[in-house]
Design a protein around this ligand. Structure first.
Ligand code: FAD
Length: 341
């Protein structure tokens, strides 16, 4: 095993509901690890609408998708959750003593007494670009996310796309790679202006290459890329390429959640409305992934679900502890946990 972790609660999904669950569990002294396929927290809010305003978060008349995520991260900071990004949970298995072993597709194994599924619309999966034969190179020279930056050291890297992922990885991998070329079909980008400016200044200094166009062919053998062809406004060019990172957006699929033996209703995990527990005691489901009569797929519903789930999770992790209902405004013990006194 490459990585083994023991904790109170494993949360699958770092969307808004998974993040807020850390807060509610933290107030009850439960320590959390969160796992997400994406390379950053925030789920749909960060991935699908970071700049759109949300108007129905209680107490925040207007907040952007990313703004909400930033606030949630600040709110849970006192509880120091640990994040595992770029990993997909593939297996949940009950151990002999009633705990759960959770495994990811990168070999991480986590042992926890409680599992919270906050998997939203399911797993975000990268869209495959329409380039003939690309599947022969996947996981050898073509990657849809960066799991280890070292895998790109001293390579001729080509990044394709015009969004934040494409720009961020162009900038982050530039110091490591032998050469970096960014390819986008237009000279305009949908990424943070600061990253775009940084990219253009690296281009001016000759430290990266920007090529307008689309990848039309891949050349190499046995999955090992050697070069790619780019078709642009001025015709075709061949570019040395031993690592290709295409960022063509993401689609959502239910993914492995369907294989964990839980009761489902139209691809959603059924839960009770007292604890938001699934058909498997100790496994809870909150946020967009769950179903119960009257469910509304709103962020505020997921926040409420997290609060009730946490009470039930506490009774599983520390069955002998007496849980006293307290307000954050008046409880000095809660305020100590939050680090405000
Ligand atoms: P998500 O945000 O979907 O996050 C789930 C996370 O789990 C994802 O990051 C995913 O990668 C991860 N995941 C899934 N499976 C696995 C796995 N097997 N292993 C590892 N990770 C996994 N709601 C409102 O309340 N108000 C609004 O105004 C509003 N506007 C919206 C506008 C748009 C355009 C969209 C698309 C949605 C909007 N929503 C709004 C809905 C809101 O975004 C969702 O209700 C919310 O994101 C659900 O949060 P979540 O934490 O349950 O799941």
């Amino acid at each position: 095993l490459s990585n083994f972790v023991e904790t109170d609660v494993v949360i699958i999904g770092a969307g808004p509901c998974g993040l807020f669950a850390v807060f509610e569990l933290g107030l009850l002294d439960l320590k959390c690890h969160l796992i997400d396929i994406l390379d950053r927290p925030g789920g749909q809010c960060a991935e699908l609408y970071p700049e759109k305003p949300i108007y129905d978060i209680p107490g925040l008349p207007e907040v952007s998708g990313q703004g909400l995520v930033d606030n949630l991260l600040k709110q849970i900071e006192p509880f120091a959750p640990e994040f595992h990004f770029g990993e997909m949970v593939t297996e949940i298995e009950r151990t002999e003593d009633g705990a759960f072993r959770v495994r990811t597709d990168t070999g991480t194994a986590l042992l926890a007494k409680v599992v919270v599924i906050a998997a939203g619309g399911g797993s975000f999966q990268p869209k495959r670009p329409p380039i003939a034969g690309i599947e022969n190179y996947e996981q050898k020279s073509v990657f849809y996310s960066v799991r280890r930056m070292e895998d790109f050291r001293d390579h001729h890297l080509v990044v394709v796309g015009g969004g934040d992922s494409a720009l961020d990885w162009t900038l982050n991998l530039q110091p490591l790679a032998k050469s970096v070329t960014l390819i986008h079909r237009r000279p305009e980008f949908r990424a943070a202006p600061d990253s775009v400016n940084k990219m253009f200044s690296l281009q001016e200094r000759g430290e990266i290459l920007f090529e307008q166009g689309q990848v039309s062919a891949l050349k190499g053998e046995n999955g090992h890329l050697e070069s790619i062809t780019v078709k642009g406004p001025n015709g075709e060019v061949d570019i040395a390429c031993t690592r290709l990172l295409p960022f063509f957006g993401l689609t959502m699929k239910l993914g492995p959640v369907a294989e964990w033996g839980l009761n489902l209703e139209e691809n959603l995990v059924t839960v009770d409305t007292e604890k938001f527990q699934t058909s498997e005691p100790g496994i809870f489901a909150i946020g967009d992934i769950n179903y119960y009569p009257g469910k509304l797929k709103l962020i505020l519903s997921g926040f409420h679900e997290a609060a009730l789930m946490a009470q039930a999770a506490k009774r599983i992790v520390n069955p002998d502890a007496r849980v006293v209902f307290q307000y954050t405004t008046s409880s000095s013990s809660l305020q100590k946990k939050l680090g405000v006194i």
